[in-house]
Design a binder for this molecule. Structure first.
Ligand code: ADP
Ligand code: MG
Length: 243
């Protein structure tokens, strides 16, 4: 039985600078993994490699559902299965909320307008913003925009959802509403890989916490183990600084 996401010897450099030093990681279907670690440790780069928003070394291997994440036709298949939510929402400003959520299924899956709209409305309801459907992103709060971004990612019925610090750009009072949506998603069967600084959330929701530093996975385990009984000194000092 193979994992849903298989990462083997993942190396990535920007010019001379090596960011990832040969990461090995297997993530099971439905697993919720939180990635923590200091700024610059390679967390974003790691998750951006999973759908190849970043290219990686030829000797490295990533597979999603057994499909190798290599340039070419198979990449579109992987990307259709892997949704991504960014720190900066990245909604299309010239489209209404509803259209933002309808777009990918229509473009990529060739869904009819009717089907795409029906599904978009269900998803907007699920993230608690059905009444904002006809507004433009700029007229929504940051928390609402991020919930739209989650609905938009869900519209493709992804098997994997990648989150890169989804609450870091939000005013503090809006963090909770986005984390609540993510909590509801955890346990629905979708695999989630979440880069976050929200340690309380990670402790509560993650099946596994991965601590990265200097482009390596330093330690990984259940939240209770990582937060309460970390083995590595680097994990301890990071947690000491942030908790
Ligand atoms: P994190 O998400 O953990 O903060 P990143 O994955 O964004 O870390 O970055 C890891 C390292 O790679 C950092 O030192 C960063 O400066 C560097 N880096 C990231 N993106 C680029 C890029 N496009 N060009 C050059 N260096 C980069
Ligand atoms: Mg980052």
């Amino acid at each position: 039985m193979s994992a849903q996401i298989n990462i083997h010897n993942l190396k990535k450099s920007y010019g001379e600078f090596q960011v990832l030093h040969g990461i090995d990681l297997e993530i099971a279907q439905g697993e919720v993994v939180c990635v923590i670690g200091p700024s610059g440790s390679g967390k974003s780069t790691l998750i951006r490699c999973i759908n190849r928003l970043e290219a990686f070394d030829d000797e490295s291997e990533i597979a999603v559902d057994g499909i190798a994440v290599v340039p070419g036709r198979a990449l579109a298949a992987v990307r259709a299965e892997v949704g991504m939510v960014f720190q900066s929402f990245n909604l299309f400003p010239h489209m209404t909320v509803l259209r933002n959520v309808m777009l990918a299924p229509m473009r990529v899956r060739h869904s009819s307008v009717k089907d795409a709209e029906a599904r978009a409305r269900v998803l907007l309801d699920r993230v608690g913003i059905s009444e904002q459907a006809d507004k433009y992103p700029e007229n929504l709060s940051g928390g609402q925009q991020q919930r739209v971004a989650i609905a938009r990612a869900l519209a493709m019925e992804p098997k994997v959802l990648l989150f890169d610090e989804p609450t870091s750009a939000l005013d503090p009072e809006m963090v909770g509403e986005v984390l609540d949506v993510m909590k509801k998603l955890a346990g629905t069967g979708v695999t989630m890989v979440i880069v976050t600084h929200e340690m309380g959330f990670a402790r509560q929701v993650a099946d596994r916490v991965i601590f990265m530093d200097g482009g390596n996975v330093i330690e990984a385990g259940p939240p209770a183990e990582i937060f309460d009984n970390p083995k590595e000194e680097r994990t301890r000092s990071f947690l000491h600084a942030v908790l």
